[in-house]
Design a protein around this ligand. Structure first.
Ligand SMILES: C[S@@+](CC[C@H](N)C(=O)[O-])C[C@H]1O[C@@H](n2cnc3c(N)ncnc32)[C@H](O)[C@@H]1O
Length: 219
């Protein structure tokens, strides 16, 4: 997968995949988008202090480091399970500027998350563990029940095969009742698939540059 680093409008980095003509984040601002979609509409809406989070896919690690930074200020215990088929190389992740643009992120966190082994639970801080699963979303091996899901695949237009009953059904099987799933997409086909897999679907305000996104609850 040929890709290169790009700067987005809020000064934070994203990766751009040439073959797909698609970036990992909104060009309006990677940091703004992740903060809005996954932290504000996701993490901050879960009223539990112990969270088991599933992320599809890990990518740059931006959602993971933001979640860890929040876990420190909010005193949350977090087990974070991230799935990724195309991990970044060291030559790529060491260039990302997230430690410069995210306040209160302990130095070295992004490097520790990327360089830790795949397929093992690793303690990143006192209250945050990370398990990285190197797998295709269609054949994930998800071990436990999650109460928050960050669905961050490439867009349904570019990778429709990852927004199917098959993948969302797998997620539904490991989502506990009341679990929250957030994604930046608000497409009708995504809403219908989530609904048919047992999620109650809500359209909520999107990040800068996007009117709406989805926040769904497992019923
Ligand atoms: C929109 S990017 C989001 C990345 C990440 N959440 C971030 O903040 O950087 C989508 C991610 O899904 C990964 N991916 C694409 N196809 C996949 C597949 N079939 N199985 C697992 N991961 C995949 C990509 O490599 C990429 O990291």
């Amino acid at each position: 997968m040929e890709r290169s680093i790009k700067i987005t409008e809020d000064g934070s980095h994203t990766m751009f995949v040439h073959g797909l003509d698609e970036s990992y984040h909104s060009t309006h601002g990677a940091l703004q988008e992740s903060m809005h979609v996954f932290i504000k509409q996701g993490l901050l809406t879960v009223k539990q202090s112990s969270l088991r989070i599933l992320e599809l896919g890990f990518g740059t690690g931006l959602n993971a480091v933001l979640t860890m930074a929040e876990s420190i200020s909010l005193n949350l215990d977090i087990n974070y399970h991230a799935v990724e088929k195309y991990p970044l190389k060291e030559s790529e992740y060491k260039l990302l500027n997230y430690e410069k643009v995210i306040e209160h992120l302990p130095k070295g966190t992004l490097h520790r998350m990327h360089s830790c082994p795949w397929g093992e639970t690793v303690k990143i801080s006192d209250r945050f563990t990370l398990y990285k699963e190197e797998a295709d979303f269609r054949s994930m091996n998800l071990p436990s029940y999650f109460n928050l899901v960050y669905f961050d695949a490439f867009s349904p237009d570019k990778q429709p095969e990852l927004w199917t009953d098959e993948v969302i059904g797998l997620i539904a099987q490991v989502s506990e009742l009341g679990a929250i799933l957030v994604t930046y997409s608000s497409k009708g086909v995504v809403r219908r698939t989530l609904s048919s897999c047992g999620f109650e679907v809500h359209k909520v305000a999107g990040p800068p540059g996007k009117i709406e996104m989805i926040r769904a609850i497992k019923r």
